[in-house]
Design a protein around this ligand. Sequence first.
Ligand code: GLC
Length: 447
Amino acid sequence: MLKKQLLMAALMATPFFSVQAQELKHIGTETAAQKEQRMAWWTHDRFGMFIHWGLYAMPARHEWVKHNERLTNEQYQNYFDLFNPTQFDPKAWAKQAKAAGMKYAVLTTKHHEGFCLFDSKYTDYKATNTLAKRDLVKEFVDAFRAEGIKVGFYYSLIDWHHPDFTIDYVHPQRPADNSDSAYARLNAGRDMSKYRQYMRDQIKELLTHYGKIDILWLDFSYAGKNGKGKDDWAAVDLLKMIRKLQPGIIVDNRLNLEEYEDGADFLTPEQVKVEELEQFRGKTWETCQTFSGSWGYYRDENSWKSTHELLQLLIGSVSRGGNLILNVGPTARGVFDARAQNALGNIGDWMKGNSESIYGCTYAPTSFAVPQNSMLTYNPTTKRLYVHLLEYNSKVVLPGYKGKVKYAQLLHDNSEVKFTADGDNLALSLPEKKPAMEIPVVELVLQ
Ligand code: GLC
C-alpha cells in the first residue's frame, strides 16, 4: 500500500540508518542526559492508547477514504453536516484505557481530512460547528488527566480540506496523469505559505489552551517531487516553537528532520511485525499498531488480531526496548465498539496479573539466552527477569542459567516454581495445566 511504502521510506531515512552521528546537526542545546530525563516517564510506561477519531468514522471505511475514493470537499460535506456523536463519553474511554494498563493516550486533534476536534479560531471546519457543538479535545484532556493518564495530541501535517494546502501525490484531488502541468494548473491560487501559518497557529493553540501536553505526534512527511517535507512545514522553526511552548513535550519523528540529532524524540515503526522490531533494539522507539489494519473505525474490516497477538506485540516491544501504542477507532456515535472493548478488556485481564513485566522493563542482558517459545523482559532496577511463555509447556529449560537464579515464581499469583540444574541449564517445574493467563509469565529473582 502506498502509505506504508511512504512511511517505511521515511523511517529508513532516519539518522540511525543513514547518517553517522557525528555528522548530525543540532536545533537546540539539550544534552543526552537531559533528554533521557525528559523521556524517563515515557520509557518507563511503555504502553499507550492511540485514538483515531474524526468525520471518517461515519463512512466507516478507512480514515483515508477521502484519498482512496478521491472525494472532493463537497462530497465529504455530508459527514460534517451530520456528525453527531451523542454517546461521546471520554470518561468511559479513559476508564477503559486505564483498565487495559495504558499509561498515556494520543488523540487525533486533526487528521488528514482536515476536520478539527478542537475549537480553533483559525477555521470553521471544527467540532464546535457540528451537531456535537463542543470542543471534543478539551473533554478528552480533562477525562484522561482525571484518570492519571498522560495526554498527547496527534496533529496531521497534511490537510485535504484547507484551500491553500497544495495538491500533491497523496491528495484526494491528485492528477491522474501525474504531470507537472496538471499540478501547476491545480495549484494555481493555492498558497502553501498561508497553510504553513495556519498549521503553526493551530499547533500553538493546541499547546497553549489545554495545559501540559505530554506528547505531540505530527504526521507525516513524504519529501520529494510533488511530495512534502521539512521546508513545506518550516519544520525547524515549528519544532523550536513547540519546545518553547512545552519544554517537557515528547515529539515523534515525522517532521522530516533526519539531518538533526534532536529533530525527533522517538522512531515510529508503524504496523510492523513483532520480529521486525529487532532492528530497533538500542534506539528510542514506539511502534504504533491497530487492532485490525485501519486506524479510523472500519465497520466491515474483520481481520482483528487475537488477544495472543496483541499481547505478543506488547511483550515483543518491551523485550526489544520499545513502547507500544495501540489504536482504537471509536464509532461515529462516540463509543469504542464491542470488538475494541473486548480486546482492551482481555489485555487488562493480563496486565492486572503481569504488568510488572512491562512497566520499567526493557530487553534482557545478553548473558541470558532466550528460552524456546518465549520472550524475555528485564527490569534493570529490581533486576528481575521475566520469561513469557508463548506456547505453554510444563517443561521449560532455561539454557545456561545455572547459578544465576535465586528464586522463581509465576508472576500473576506469586506461586513458587521449583527448578533443578541440568548441566549448565535450569529446568523449571511448571504446573501440568496451563495457568489461566493467556501468556503465563515466570518471574526470576536473580542471584
Ligand atoms: C499514517 C497514516 C495514518 C495514521 C498514522 C498512524 O501515517 O497516514 O492514517 O494516522 O500513520 O501512525
